[in-house]
Design a binder for this molecule. Structure first.
Ligand code: HEC
Ligand code: HEC
Length: 376
């Protein structure tokens, strides 16, 4: 066994001193006053800087809620909260446990375990270009705004399984969060920290998660990058109806436009069901209560799709090859399968070309953007 050198008392003292100096370096904000002191945050300046989202026009328009303007300080607070396990009951998980930047803010799992190890029933969704989604969030469009959505994972039993009063308590007693809340929202007192403010900050951060530097975008910009031959064939298979009748992949019916999505809900034939009551996950029907909406889901954006396996709301397909084999087969019968899901001919080479095109939607500068990484 290696001998561990024992530190002398003086050595230990010096080490502790050094650690204290490092820990209290100029980066660290000063500790706010005691928790029961009124207006304890007024010593910190509230001077929020407007943040202009920067993205090309062709991506569409982002609606910023009037009561939650984007600020540098709000986004920074949101980024901290997003990556901080303080939001979970046992401090083991954060939003980023299931929405990890490296995997375009997914987790590589079919369905994700929450803090107690119990699996949820759906696959974590990518947050790429989430600000452009305008037909409801989640696989079935159950929530409208990012502010509303950000409240949900904290209390969800198969996610962070915490209570908001606990989280607020932890944030109020934290050495630095009260100051960050003041800088972002102008509160005077740490007792003014609320879940609504926390959700606003997280939503601000999420709106910055914009990708527009994939090969597909670079070609759109005309920046001197060109498709390879296999990618061109793949693009044509994806967008155009090459053959007569329905013998074509027809992907762009439901993954069209620059977000490779569609503001609607479809049954893409992954689940066999004899009647509307037979879908194990009711999907859109859970939101509307209309039986014929059962089994319909939102077609997610295919941006960064090569990074977000496994696929579909329950993560049933491990690879893009499996996804294409599914579509090629025409899917499983059910009462409301989309008319655009039909068997089509696709050679192995065409399949590989389609996948090559899907890889042009990968944006590595997005996943490596320092502004999107954990601040811890
Ligand atoms: C245990 C894993 C897990 C954790 C932790 C988690 N999420 Fe999710 N997230 C999911 C799953 C699964 C879905 C899809 C839910 C559904 O469709 O019902 C989702 C969906 C979302 C969506 C909607 C995406 C879209 O395209 O509509 C957003 C936004 C989101 N999560 C943000 C967050 C935030 C913010 C946190 C932290 C406060 C968080 N998530 C924590 C698993 C997780
Ligand atoms: C009729 C509409 C429709 C058509 C046509 C369609 N899709 Fe989809 N796609 C969807 C829906 C809806 C989902 C989500 C389904 C679910 O999870 O239950 C989806 C999911 C996907 C996913 C998984 C996304 C993820 O994040 O897990 C991929 C990949 C995909 N489609 C690729 C394609 C390709 C490639 C084509 C063409 C061969 C295609 N789709 C044609 C509607 C469609």
């Amino acid at each position: 066994m290696k001998k561990i050198p024992s530190l002398s008392i003086a050595g230990t003292f010096l080490l502790l001193l050094l650690l204290t100096i490092v820990a209290c370096g100029p980066e660290e904000p000063a500790n706010p006053g005691p928790i029961d002191e009124p207006d304890d945050l007024l010593e910190f300046t509230y001077d929020p800087e407007n943040y202009e989202l920067d993205y090309p026009d062709y991506l569409g328009q982002i609606e910023i809620p009037e009561d939650n303007p984007m600020t540098v300080q709000g986004i920074e607070l949101g980024r901290r909260l997003f990556f901080d396990p303080i939001l979970s009951a046992d401090s083991t998980m954060s939003c980023s446990s299931c929405h990890n930047p490296v995997q375009s803010f997914t987790d590589g799992l079919a369905t994700s375990p929450g803090i107690d190890g119990n699996l949820g029933s759906r696959s974590a969704m990518s947050l790429v270009n989430i600000a452009f989604v305008n037909n409801g969030l989640n696989w079935n469009g159950s929530l409208q705004t990012l502010e509303e959505q950000a409240l949900e994972p904290v209390t969800n039993e198969v996610e962070l399984h915490e209570t908001w009063p606990n989280v607020i308590g932890k944030l109020q007693q934290h050495p630095t969060y009260p100051q960050f809340f003041r800088e972002a929202f102008g509160i005077a007192d740490r007792n003014e920290i609320t879940k609504e403010l926390a959700a606003k900050a997280i939503a601000q951060f999420e709106r910055t998660l914009i990708s527009y530097n994939s090969k597909y975008d670079q070609i759109r910009f005309g920046s001197g990058v060109f498709y390879e031959e296999d990618e061109i064939n793949g693009r044509d298979l994806f967008f155009f109806e090459l053959a007569t009748g329905l013998d074509h992949p027809g992907c762009s019916h439901c993954h069209g436009g620059v977000q490779f999505s569609e503001p609607s809900f479809f049954n893409n034939g992954i689940t066999e069901a004899a009647t509307f009551a037979d879908f194990p996950d009711k999907g859109r029907g859970e939101v509307t209560g209309v039986p014929s909406d059962n089994g319909l889901f939102r077609p997610p954006s295919l941006r960064n799709i090569a990074l977000t396996a496994p696929y579909m709301h329950d993560g049933r397909f491990a690879t893009l090859e499996e996804v294409l084999d599914h579509y090629k087969s025409g899917g499983h019968p059910s009462p409301n399968i989309s008319a655009n899901i039909q068997p089509f001919t696709l050679s192995d080479e065409d399949r590989d070309n389609l996948i090559a095109f899907l890889h042009t939607l990968t944006d590595t500068s997005f996943i490596n953007n320092p502004a999107f990484q954990s601040p811890f």
